[in-house]
Design a protein around this ligand. Structure first.
Ligand SMILES: C[S@@+](CC[C@H](N)C(=O)[O-])C[C@H]1O[C@@H](n2cnc3c(N)ncnc32)[C@H](O)[C@@H]1O
Length: 360
């Protein structure tokens, strides 16, 4: 399944990068201000840009570390040599195995553990705050996730893996979890019956890296764009804000818990973690303008490119009128086939907008 992320621009990367090059052909430094999955930042890096990426979510921070700072898998996981792992000899006889393979094989073969995920997110669990067990994962997968989470944390605490390697393992676990989660698109709620995909055993697989990619000059920040804007410099800033009411922190709470490695109180039928500390003003019609103003006034960057949709909380005329106060605005629009979550009556083709603001 990979990433099913609301508003992901994965399929639009080429078009947006083409627009960035048109706006400023000599641009070398791009800010990706609400980077989400990190896949657009990755595409920027592949196009030779130095990327500064920001998002308020912890999972995004790990995805970004993986997509921007790694190019040579052979140099990874040197600390694993100290572990004396018993790997499958039949595999190493057939393939060239490196330490990254060894650590994944180790994690994939851990004995299951009945911990937080088992109790809060599987049908066999006893949730702390609900009479009704939840069905995000089968009991087998939830207890594997518990074991893998604990081992990744212990490897990190014992300095067997460094910061970037920790991000790689968290990223790989999130990607594997996305493949077997019993959800229709987001983690806002689980499905009442297990779908076929969710019955497969969870398996962590390698992220592929390109040894030729440039890993110099990138920066990653976790935090609110409004607060970080004054520290950020670039030739152009791409902003991909949430455009509907659905909060990312509520819809991806399970991934956030994996990324933080904690055991928060799981609340209500859906088992949401307390998420108000990652509330986004861009999901509130009354707060968007104030947040945009803070960002636009503080960013040390003349050209800003904003993605928006015709289903956004603000109408496009309103938004363009608002941006006009800060500089010259050019609006482009194009049709886009949406990420389909299983909601009824959803239009399949949306109009996507790219708003270019050149600040006064
Ligand atoms: C439309 S998604 C971005 C998708 C991204 N371009 C991609 O392709 O994956 C919006 C992102 O903005 C983040 N976000 C929302 N409000 C934010 C804020 N005030 N500061 C930083 N990030 C924010 C959300 O966590 C979410 O990841």
């Amino acid at each position: 399944m990979g990433f099913r992320y609301i508003g992901s621009k994965n399929k639009l990367s080429d078009l947006i990068i083409q627009e960035i090059k048109l706006i400023n052909p000599s641009a070398t430094r791009v800010i990706d201000l609400m980077a989400g999955t990190g896949l657009f930042s990755k595409a920027l890096r592949e196009n030779g840009f130095a990327v500064t990426a920001v998002d308020v979510m912890t999972y995004s921070y790990h995805h970004l570390n993986v997509h921007l700072f790694v190019n040579d898998p052979g140099a990874l996981f040197k600390g694993v040599n100290s572990l004396n792992l018993k790997n499958d000899d039949s595999l190493s006889a057939l393939f060239e195995i490196d330490n990254y393979d060894r650590i994944l094989e180790h994690l994939n073969n851990l004995a299951p553990m009945k911990g937080y995920f088992y109790n809060e997110f599987s049908p066999e669990g006893c949730p702390a705050n609900s009479d009704q067990p939840r069905k995000y994962f089968t009991a087998e997968n939830a207890s594997k996730i518990d074991a893998i989470r604990e081992e990744i944390r212990s490897l990190y605490d014992n300095r067997v893996v460094n910061d970037i390697e920790f991000s790689i393992l968290v990223h790989d676990l999130i990607m594997a979890v996305n493949d077997i989660a019993n959800i229709a698109g987001t983690y806002g709620h689980y499905l009442s019956k297990f779908v076929k995909r969710a019955l497969d055993p969870i398996v962590l697989t390698r992220t592929l890296f390109d040894a030729n990619e440039n890993i110099a000059g990138h920066k990653v920040y976790k935090g609110y764009a409004e607060e970080l804007a004054k520290e950020l410099e670039g030739d152009i800033c791409y902003i991909d804000p949430p455009y509907i009411k659905r909060q990312y922190a509520a819809n991806y709470h399970v991934l956030e818990t994996i990324a933080r490695g904690d055991e928060p109180e799981a609340i209500g039928i859906s088992g949401l973690r307390p998420w108000r500390d990652q509330y986004s003003n861009f999901c509130s019609k009354v707060k968007i303008r104030d947040s945009f103003s803070k960002i636009l006034l503080n960013l040390q960057c003349r050209d800003i490119l904003v993605s928006y949709s015709d289903e956004g909380l603000l109408g496009i005329e309103e938004l363009v009128e608002f941006f006009n106060k800060f500089g010259d605005v050019v609006l482009k629009e194009f049709d886009y086939k949406r990420f389909k979550s299983h909601q009824c009556n959803q239009r399949e083709i949306l109009t996507e907008y790219l708003i270019h603001l050149r600040k006064h």
